[in-house]
Design a protein around this ligand. Structure first.
Ligand SMILES: NC(=O)C1=CN([C@@H]2O[C@H](COP(=O)(O)OP(=O)(O)OC[C@H]3O[C@@H](n4cnc5c(N)ncnc54)[C@H](OP(=O)(O)O)[C@@H]3O)[C@@H](O)[C@H]2O)C=CC1
Ligand SMILES: O=C(O)[C@@H]1CCC=N1
Length: 275
């Protein structure tokens, strides 16, 4: 497929992860554009990523084939009303990464004939290990689907969902998910220091253990439950820890936390969108 130009509106955390991942996977920085309201952010992207920058969102639409919407959900309405005429005139493919902004809202603010892919990526895109689920509206043709998928696949796993409602669950699982693992790592580090390890040793042991567990889980055909059992010698140390987790409602807590994230995604689409 011909290399396309990609423009990010909003140059914050997620756009930085995606741009860095795209460049690391072989995209030319010259084919990437980014806009932001903060001059310091634009300067940093120009200096560190060598991408094209502008403080004019409509300039981004003019310059690129694919427009990626990477502002906070709260800023989305204003930005879309601002770029809608240029998007319609250029017949741009638009990819939104915003949590809780539905296809209905995006189409209302951009125009009902605009080709829109709504997706939910995550920050490990920065290290080409992202996980993204995508949903296309009825205006997106097969070539545009491939185009959107290729952008997200360049930075990790990319899966399509037919039912847009599933993106609320995806947001709760993989969109927010890296933060849950970091929380676990934080807690394990703190516990390790409390037990007498120095901070550096604690951090290295926790990081390598997380990486090792994720690699085994990915490379093995077996379930996490079976992999867990392999570590758990009867009457040994792991059993004591697992029992402590289970007696204190670990699975219920995780379920409750993910449900809260999913409900927040639904609530955001009502508060910030047109749903
Ligand atoms: N962070 C994550 O892990 C994930 C985030 N997302 C989604 O990605 C989107 C971006 O999130 P994130 O990167 O964390 O947010 P950030 O706040 O880091 O980035 C958004 C950027 O957009 C800028 N901005 C605000 N208004 C405008 C405007 N009118 N025109 C151009 N730029 C503007 C902001 O500037 P300023 O700060 O000055 O307002 C900021 O630099 C959100 O919609 C979020 O739901 C999706 C998956 C994961
Ligand atoms: O916390 C948020 O709302 C965004 C969406 C998923 C990850 N970060």
């Amino acid at each position: 497929m011909k290399t396309r130009t990609i423009g990010f509106i909003g140059g914050g955390n997620m756009a930085t992860s995606l741009m860095s991942g795209l460049i690391a996977s072989g995209h030319s920085p010259q084919q990437i554009w980014v806009s932001d309201t903060a001059a310091t952010i634009l300067q940093s992207h120009r200096d560190h990523l060598n991408v094209n920058v502008s403080n004019d969102n409509n300039k981004i639409v003019q310059e690129v084939d694919v427009v990626v919407l990477a502002v906070k959900p709260q800023a989305m309405r204003e930005v879309l009303l601002q770029i809608a005429p240029a998007v319609q005139q250029k017949k741009s493919l638009v990819v939104s990464i915003a949590a809780g902004i539905s296809q209905t809202s995006l189409a209302l603010w951009l125009g009902s004939d605009v080709a829109i892919v709504r997706c939910m990526p995550n920050t490990p895109a920065l290290v080409l290990t992202g996980a993204t689920a995508l949903h296309a509206n009825a205006n997106v043709d097969e070539e545009e689907k491939d185009l959107a998928e290729n952008i997200l696949r360049a930075v990790g796993l990319a899966l399509w969902v037919d039912d847009e409602a599933q993106l609320d669950a995806v947001t709760a699982v993989s969109g927010s998910g890296p933060a849950y693992f970091f929380l676990m790592m934080e807690a394990m580090e703190q516990a390790a220091v409390t037990m007498g390890l120095d901070e550096h040793t604690a951090r290295l042991l926790v990081q390598q253990t997380a990486l090792g567990a994720a690699k085994i889980a990915l490379e093995s055909a077996e379930s996490p439950a079976l992999l867990r059992e392999r570590v758990t010698s009867p009457g040994g140390t792991t059993q004591k820890a697992i029992e402590t987790f289970q007696e204190n409602g670990f699975a219920e807590l995780v379920s409750k936390a993910l449900q809260a994230a999913k409900e927040r995604s639904i609530e955001m689409s009502k508060q910030l969108g047109a749903d």
